[in-house]
Design a protein around this ligand. Structure first.
Ligand SMILES: [Zn+2]
Length: 533
C-alpha cells in the first residue's frame, strides 16, 4: 500500500511538475511582454494540467488509497488528502466542465464589452469611477451609477444559467451545491465561514455604524443632502467597498523621490528576510505591453520567486511592493525538503494574510517613523489620522464582504430566488445603505467576481483576520504592545519566527492546524476586532 501510493505520487509529480513550471514561465512571459503566443502556450499547458487531474482511473486509485489511509505516515496522508481534493474537483463530465468554462468566459466578455450610457453617450468604467469619485452634481452621480448597473440586465440571466451549471457539476460529485463543493475543495466549510462572519458581524456593527456616521456627515455637507436621504450613488464607488483618502491627508508625501525597492529591501533585511534573490529576477517598471497589475509568482517550487510591479513613488505602490514581497518571502521560506505536493502555502488566505500584514505597514505611522519616512507633518497627528483612516477602511471593506459572502451562499442554494430583493436586503442589513425607493433591478449581477472568482471573497476577510492574528503573535513574542506595526522594524527574530512557524511548513498541515500552531489559537476575529473594531 505504502509503496504503491509512493509510486502514484512519483508518477503524478513526474507528469505535473514540468507542466506547472512551464505554465508559470509562460504566464511570466505573457505578463511581461504581452506576446499572444505566450498566452496561448499558457492556455495549452493549463489544458494539459487539467487533463492530468481529471483522469478517472487515477481518481479511482486515490479513492482506494483513502480506504486504508491509516496505513500511511502523516506526510503521505497529507499528500493523499490534497491530491484527492485536486482530482475530485475535476471529476464531473468533461462536456459539462467545458460548458462551464465557455459560459463563464461568455459572461466575462459580456462584462468587458458592456458600456454604460448617459443621454446616448457611452461611458467607460473609468468614467463612472471618476464621476462617483469627484462629481458633486447629485443628478449626474445618480445617472452614472444607474447606467453602470444596466450591466445587470444584460448579464443576470447568463449568470443564473452559469450558476445552475456549476450546481449541476456539484450534484454530479455528490454535493448539495457548488458553494459547498468549492469550499470543500479548499478545506473550508459553509458552517465554519458562517460562524466567523456572524462573529465579525456582531463585533463590528457598532464601530461600523459610528465610522459610517462620520462618512455620511461629510457626504451630507458635500452634497447638501440630509444624511437620511443619502443613496448608494453618493458614496465613492458603485458598491461602497472602499473609502477614499481625505483630500487633506497626503499619504504620498513620505514616498516622493524615494526608492521604494530600497525601502522594502532594508525593511525585510532588518527582520531577517532576504528579498534580494526575488528582486533580481523581478520585473518592476512600467512598460508597453506589460501586465498593469502586480503579482508574485513561484515559478518552480524550488525558490525561483519573482514579483511583477509597475512602480510609482506613491503610498499605494509602497503597500503593493510590501504585499507582493510578503508572498515572495513566504514562497522562498517553504521547506525545500518537503515533497512537491506540499511545497506551497498552507492556504490562499494564509499567504494573503502574510502579504496583508506587510502591505499594511506603509499605512502605519509607527512603521513610517521607524523607517525614517517622515513627511513634515506632526507625528502624533499623523498617527491619529492614519489610524482612523485604516480603521474606517477595514470596517467598510469587511461589511461589504458580508454582503458578497452571504449573497454567494444564497445564490447557489437557490438561483431561482428573488435575488434582486435578497441583494438589497443584505446591503441594508450589513452596509446600512437603503435601497433606492422602488428599485427593482439585477444589481447583484454587476459584480464580476461572482463569475470570474466564485466562492473566493471570504478569503479576503480571513486574510485580514490572519494578518491581525499574526501581528499579535509576533508582537507577543517581541514583548511589544498589540497593534504596533513599527515594533517589527529591525527585529531579526521576526523573520525566523515566521519562517519557522508558517513558511517552512508549506502545506504539510491543514490551515486550521497551522494557524493554531503558529499563533497559539484558532483563527478568530479577536485580533482583527481589537485592532480595527
Ligand atoms: Zn496578495
Amino acid at each position: 500500500m505504502k509503496e504503491s501510493f509512493r509510486q502514484f505520487v512519483h508518477e503524478h509529480v513526474t507528469k505535473l511538475e514540468p507542466l506547472e513550471t512551464r505554465a508559470s514561465e509562460a504566464w511570466w512571459r505573457a505578463s511581461t511582454t504581452g506576446e499572444p503566443d505566450a498566452y496561448r502556450e499558457r492556455a495549452d499547458l493549463q489544458t494539459r494540467i487539467e487533463a492530468v487531474l481529471s483522469d478517472r482511473e487515477k481518481f479511482a486509485a486515490l479513492e482506494r488509497f483513502r480506504e486504508s489511509s491509516d496505513k500511511l505516515d502523516p506526510v503521505d496522508r497529507r499528500q493523499l488528502d490534497l491530491l484527492y481534493l485536486s482530482y475530485l474537483g475535476r471529476q464531473c463530465s468533461p462536456d459539462l466542465l467545458a460548458e462551464i468554462v465557455e459560459r463563464a468566459s461568455d459572461v466575462e466578455a459580456g462584462f468587458a464589452t458592456f458600456r454604460p450610457e448617459i443621454d446616448g453617450r457611452r461611458l467607460t468604467q473609468n468614467d463612472v469611477e471618476e464621476i462617483l469619485g469627484g462629481s458633486t452634481d447629485d443628478d449626474h452621480r445618480r445617472r452614472a451609477w444607474e447606467a453602470s448597473k444596466e450591466a445587470g440586465r444584460v448579464v443576470a440571466e447568463p449568470v443564473r444559467a452559469l450558476v445552475r451549471l456549476r450546481n449541476r457539476a456539484a450534484h454530479e460529485l455528490g454535493f448539495d451545491d457548488y458553494y459547498r463543493l468549492s469550499l470543500t475543495l479548499e478545506e473550508q466549510s459553509p458552517e465554519e465561514i458562517e460562524t466567523l462572519f456572524d462573529d465579525l458581524d456582531r463585533r463590528t456593527t457598532a464601530p461600523y455604524l459610528a465610522a459610517k456616521r462620520e462618512i455620511d456627515e461629510a457626504l451630507s455637507r458635500r452634497f447638501g443632502v440630509e444624511t437620511g436621504s443619502l443613496e448608494l450613488w453618493h458614496y465613492h464607488d458603485p458598491f461602497f467597498q472602499e473609502v477614499p483618502e481625505p483630500d487633506d491627508l497626503d499619504l504620498d508625501a513620505s514616498f516622493r523621490d524615494r526608492d521604494l525597492l530600497g525601502i522594502a529591501r532594508s525593511f525585510f533585511h532588518g527582520i531577517g528576510l532576504d528579498v534580494a534573490p526575488i528582486l533580481e529576477r523581478s520585473d518592476v517598471h512600467e512598460r508597453d505591453g506589460k501586465n498593469q497589475h502586480a503579482f508574485c509568482i513561484h515559478i518552480d517550487r524550488k525558490g525561483d520567486v519573482r514579483v511583477l510591479l509597475n512602480l510609482k513613488p506613491t503610498s499605494r505602490w509602497m503597500s503593493t511592493v510590501l504585499h507582493e514581497l510578503g508572498h515572495g518571502v513566504y514562497d522562498r521560506g517553504i521547506g525545500i525538503e518537503l515533497p512537491y505536493v506540499l511545497r506551497h502555502p498552507a492556504h490562499t488566505f494564509v499567504t494573503e494574510g502574510i502579504a496583508m500584514l506587510f502591505g499594511r505597514m506603509s499605512h502605519s505611522a509607527s512603521w513610517l517613523s521607524r523607517m525614517g519616512l517622515t513627511d513634515g507633518a506632526d507625528p502624533r497627528e499623523r498617527e491619529d489620522r492614519l489610524r482612523s483612516l485604516q480603521i474606517t477602511r477595514q470596517l467598510v471593506f469587511a461589511r461589504w464582504c458580508q454582503v458578497m459572502v452571504r449573497f454567494e451562499r444564497a445564490l447557489y442554494a437557490d438561483p431561482e430566488a428573488d435575488l434582486d430583493r435578497l441583494w438589497w436586503d443584505l446591503v441594508e442589513r450589513y452596509q446600512a445603505v437603503s435601497r433606492p425607493a422602488g428599485r427593482r433591478c439585477e444589481d447583484w449581477a454587476t459584480k464580476i467576481h461572482i463569475v470570474s472568482t466564485p466562492v473566493y471573497y471570504h478569503n479576503y476577510v480571513l486574510g485580514e483576520m490572519m494578518a491581525s492574528q499574526l501581528l499579535d503573535a509576533v508582537l507577543a513574542r517581541l514583548g511589544q504592545p498589540e497593534g504596533n506595526e513599527g515594533a517589527l522594524v529591525g527585529r531579526n527574530s521576526v523573520g525566523a519566527f515566521l519562517t519557522d512557524r508558517v513558511f517552512s511548513q508549506g502545506a504539510s498541515l491543514p490551515w486550521s492546524d497551522l494557524v493554531a500552531k503558529a499563533t497559539g489559537s484558532a483563527l478568530s476575529v479577536e485580533s482583527f476586532v481589537r485592532q480595527f473594531g
